[in-house]
Write a protein that binds this ligand. Sequence first.
Ligand code: G4P
Length: 197
Amino acid sequence: MQLLRNKVVAEGIVLSNKVLKVDSFLNHQMDPVLMKEVGKEFTSRFKDEAITRVLTIESSGIAPGIMTALELNVPLIFARKQKSLTLKHDIYVEKVYSFTKQETNEITVAKKFIDPNDRVLIIDDFLANGEAAFGLARIVEQAGAKVVGIGIVIEKSFQPGRQLLLDAGYRVESLVRVAALENETVTFVEEEDINEA
Ligand code: G4P
């Protein structure tokens, strides 16, 4: 997605050879016009999948998730990382390990929000090791519902998440694929050029 790639080039800050900071449009301040386009792009890529719900994880997945859900005209659910005061029973729980933060979070979703007939699109802001996406997929599968695909705003293709998800049989659509973060420069996966509209 060229618009997103331009934004990464203009505003992304390479913090190390593993971490890209994009807090001016995705992870802190959010760009609603760009997020609207992100929602349209995911919708066009998954338009034939008869999606009934979008699932993401708080907090940075919510903006791309809600714009996609709006475009698809279906509800958005976000998995919680903190235990809710009102959500104690009838919840799906999965453990998600963050390599970045070196900690395990329990993520939860209320059972009433996923039905066995659901066809769920998972959306997240970053894909690194795939832990968050796998945790969300396990929740959908606990509910007996179908994961129709995983939509990622920024994929770090030099980390193993994409391949692990593909190997597990999931369809992965990433709007921007980062090949490397070296010498303070973002390099993109070249096949994107070919797929670009
Ligand atoms: P994984 O889910 O693919 O295994 O990723 P990992 O555990 O490594 O990521 C943990 C958190 O760090 C996630 O956000 C993820 O989106 C974010 N993250 C991973 N790599 C990068 C990166 O290069 N740049 C930025 N900006 N974020 C990255 P989170 O802790 O859930 O944060 P938030 O959604 O509450 O903002």
